[in-house]
Design a protein around this ligand. Structure first.
Ligand code: SF4
Length: 81
């Protein structure tokens, strides 16, 4: 996972990428995390890793857990943390 050393999130608060619940604050955190991902030079590597490894918590590669589940066919709904 050498690509992680180049992630735009390495200077961000990790909690931003793991929002709790589904309320307004969680949605704002998710959008802030996505904004970081969308300027990240390793977005593709990160997204592919999360999909390949069935990572179903948090924002990875600009995608939420719900979006990744939809892509991998695991169903919908974020797992509570
Ligand atoms: S795509 Fe997002 S979560 Fe993945 S390394 Fe980049 S900033 Fe971090």
């Amino acid at each position: 996972m050498d690509w992680r050393e180049h992630g735009a999130c390495r200077f961000e608060d990790p909690e931003l990428f793991f929002p709790l619940g589904e309320g307004g604050l969680s949605l704002r955190q998710t959008e802030q995390a996505r904004a970081v991902c969308h300027r990240c030079p390793v977005l593709r590597e990160c997204r592919n890793w999360a999909l390949r490894n069935r990572e179903y918590d948090g924002v990875w590669g600009g995608m939420t857990a719900r979006e990744r589940r939809a892509v991998t066919g695991r169903g919908s709904g974020d797992r509570g943390r």
